[in-house]
Design a protein around this ligand. Structure first.
Ligand SMILES: [Zn+2]
Length: 110
């Protein structure tokens, strides 16, 4: 098993050998290069890290939606204050993870 990178478009393919043609740009097999073990590990850990960030963003969206519902119900001021806090905190988590993912894309860690 290894990771092969298309030198034309950057597509990364995981398998025992490079594919006949790049699934993204159609470049032939000889345009693929095998990544060394260290780079291959990095690709796997950045893929996992990015999906963790994506999941955090989804959870934060859910927290915001729930808290907004609580604000809407408006049972009493302490509850509403907590929900406002939850919106602020979840928004921070969401923005941080979004910025981090964007940073990774910029550095090719995707
Ligand atoms: Zn390609």
């Amino acid at each position: 098993m290894g990771i092969f990178r298309c030198t034309v478009c950057g597509y990364k393919f995981e398998g025992p050998e490079a594919p006949e043609f790049c699934p993204k740009c159609g470049a032939p097999k000889d345009k693929f290069i095998a990544l060394d073990e260290e780079s291959a590990k990095k690709v796997v850990s950045s893929a996992r890290t990015n999906s963790i960030h994506a999941e955090l963003i989804a959870i934060a969206d859910r927290v915001i939606a729930l808290a907004e519902e609580g604000i809407e119900i408006n049972l009493d001021p302490p509850c509403v204050a907590l929900f406002h806090k939850a919106v602020t905190e979840a928004t921070q988590i969401r923005q941080r993870s979004k910025a981090e993912i964007e940073g990774h894309i910029g550095k090719g860690k995707w």
